[in-house]
Design a protein around this ligand. Structure first.
Ligand SMILES: *[C@@H]1O[C@H](CO)[C@@H](O)[C@H](O)[C@H]1NC(C)=O
Ligand SMILES: *[C@@H]1O[C@H](CO)[C@@H](O)[C@H](O)[C@H]1NC(C)=O
Ligand SMILES: *[C@@H]1O[C@H](CO)[C@@H](O)[C@H](O)[C@H]1NC(C)=O
Ligand SMILES: *[C@@H]1O[C@H](CO)[C@@H](O)[C@H](O)[C@H]1NC(C)=O
Ligand SMILES: *[C@@H]1O[C@H](CO)[C@@H](O)[C@H](O)[C@H]1NC(C)=O
Ligand SMILES: *[C@@H]1O[C@H](CO)[C@@H](O)[C@H](O)[C@H]1NC(C)=O
Length: 475
């Protein structure tokens, strides 16, 4: 039994992984607890310090002071050479653990913050900050051997740092702001990082050719998640990029393209046979050849595993085509500001019908609905019985009221529904809302949260009286 104890402790501490205060008290119990809880606490820190500013300067300084104990500090090293004397408060003895080994993610904000907090009282501080940041990164590249995620969002030539090669070759997840990396550095990186499963590039395409990105993607063996955020001055469709995404498409589980789709041709979509999540944001709404999208989508057999679809500013028929090609496993649809070609009501009706035929497991839904398509909505509620959360938007003001829709919802078999929200263009009368809430409650259904003005500061039709009503029926 005795040797079970560490495993049990590990299980318990893992439960506490997001509760650093409790973990810290566990550290103090005895040596064994300390040994088991310490790595978990540092793992937590390495996530939590994605945003160090959630913590007060005293806590941050304490953490940075511990890390400073690991910085090279021989008289010949850059810190002493530049009169940077760290740590500010020496611990009574060196830390027992090589804490740097427990980091699993590195994002730049704590490093900038650490250099700032430890140097801010120095005279020539901007120069010294640079030196200290460089020393921190050198420490990371040599000692943080378990890091799997790195965020390249500062202008530094990391490729030239000692140990960068082995550090980057270990990564599984990489986030790059294109603004801060040169083509040459990206190209070098593409030879080192071969096992990236999650790649996120922002500001993609800004003033640079995409050859290095294409090469980078091409070299990946295990790419599962691809996030490309294009810069808004990208003008041309890049066929090579589309081709390389198609080449890697069969391993992809998650793809996000934003905020425009004009940079890629839809040919890539045909290879996404294992995709779970698709996000297509076309907010910039530039010219897109939708017929080509239609053609490519028509050529697909299926997206058999698709569970989540998020779109903005896509035509209704493109959204419908994607949903039609899904394998009945969609859990969430978030479609905003759909585009129409000719007739809004008809095209909207077709989307609602497509959802009701293809998404029996749907639990969360955000869509534009036309108040005239009540029959189709009623059919959708009968088919999508798992719905828990609905957010209905609408591009046109609903006049005079949306009360009929509330009746349709109430008469539906939506026993799992617990949250409905409406954008500000919906107008509900006091009686309509009261009847809805009263009926809902009398049927002993789950308590429902009714949010009339989600995402907008002001709703023209929603009054304080409506608010009091909703409050009265809260249970
Ligand atoms: C101050 O910083 C500059 C670079 O900004 C550097 O060239 C100079 O040597 C520094 N002076 C001292 C006294 O460290
Ligand atoms: C990538 O992963 C494979 C195993 O899946 C491994 O053999 C290879 O060494 C890894 N490459 C690098 C550069 O880490
Ligand atoms: C990275 O980019 C910088 C800036 O252009 C360049 O000076 C440096 O040589 C590049 N490093 C490598 C390893 O390509
Ligand atoms: C898929 O990618 C999107 C965008 O990066 C992200 O919000 C979402 O959490 C990812 N899904 C999974 C399962 O990782
Ligand atoms: C209700 O749905 C809205 C919109 O989807 C969401 O923002 C909100 O968090 C949900 N509220 C609850 C209590 O689930
Ligand atoms: C909004 O609904 C109310 C009923 O609650 C109705 O009297 C009013 O005319 C409607 N507003 C408009 C602009 O149609």
């Amino acid at each position: 039994m005795a040797q079970l104890v560490p495993d049990v402790l590990l299980l318990i501490f893992t439960e506490l992984k997001d509760d650093p205060v409790s973990l810290r008290s566990c550290l103090l119990v005895n040596k064994e607890w300390f040994n088991i809880a310490t790595p978990i606490l540092w793992r937590h820190i390495s996530y939590a310090y994605d945003n160090p500013f959630l913590y007060n300067p005293e806590s941050r300084s304490k953490l940075y002071n511990v890390i400073a104990h690991f910085l090279p500090n021989d008289p010949v090293d850059p810190l002493p050479q530049n009169n940077i004397i760290l740590p500010l408060n020496k611990l009574s003895r060196m830390p027992t653990f090589d804490y740097m080994r427990f980091f699993i993610r590195i994002t730049p904000f704590w490093i900038i913050d650490m250099a700032h907090l430890l140097i801010k009282n120095h005279k020539n501080h901007s120069h010294k900050k640079q030196i200290l940041e460089r020393e921190i990164y050198k420490l990371i590249f040599s000692k943080c051997i378990n890091v799997k995620h790195f965020s390249w969002k500062v202008e530094k030539n990391f490729c030239e740092y000692p140990n960068a090669q082995s550090f980057f070759s270990n990564l599984h997840s990489l986030e790059i702001n294109w603004k801060f990396i040169t083509n040459q550095n990206f190209s070098d990186l593409s030879k080192i990082c071969l096992n990236i499963s999650k790649l996120e590039i922002s500001n993609c395409g800004r003033d640079k050719d995409k050859k290095s990105l294409i090469k980078f993607i091409k070299n990946q063996n295990k790419l599962q998640s691809l996030f490309l955020d294009f810069n808004n001055n990208v003008k041309d469709t890049c066929t090579l990029l589309s081709n390389v995404i198609r080449e890697k498409g069969s391993t992809l589980k998650n793809i996000t393209l934003q905020p425009t789709l004009n940079c890629v041709s839809p040919i890539f979509i045909q290879s996404l046979e294992n995709i779970l999540e698709i996000t297509l944001n076309n907010k910039l709404n530039k010219y897109i050849d939708w017929q080509e999208w239609e053609k490519c989508l028509n050529n697909i057999k299926k997206f058999p595993h698709l569970t989540r679809l998020q779109t903005s500013c896509l035509p209704f028929n493109i959204e419908s085509l994607i949903i039609e090609k899904s394998g009945g496993k969609i859990l969430e649809i978030d479609s905003r500001q759909s585009l129409k070609f000719l007739d809004y009501t008809t095209e909207n009706k077709n989307l609602i019908i497509t959802i009701s035929k293809n998404c029996p497991l749907l639990t969360r839904l955000t869509i534009d609905v036309d108040n005239k398509n009540l029959d189709e909505l009623s059919m959708m509620f009968s088919n999508c019985k798992q719905l828990e959360e609905i957010y209905f938007t609408t591009p046109v003001i609903v006049l005079p009221t949306g009360n009929k829709l509330l009746k349709v919802i109430n008469n539906s078999p939506l026993n799992k529904l617990r949250n409905i929200s409406f954008s500000d263009k919906w107008n509900f009368s006091i009686e309509g809302v009261e009847n809805f809430l009263k009926d809902w409650k009398s049927k002993n259904r789950l308590p429902i949260k009714f949010t009339p003005h989600y995402h907008s500061e002001r709703n023209f039709y929603w009054t304080a009286e409506h608010d009091r009503l909703v409050e009265r029926y809260r249970y």
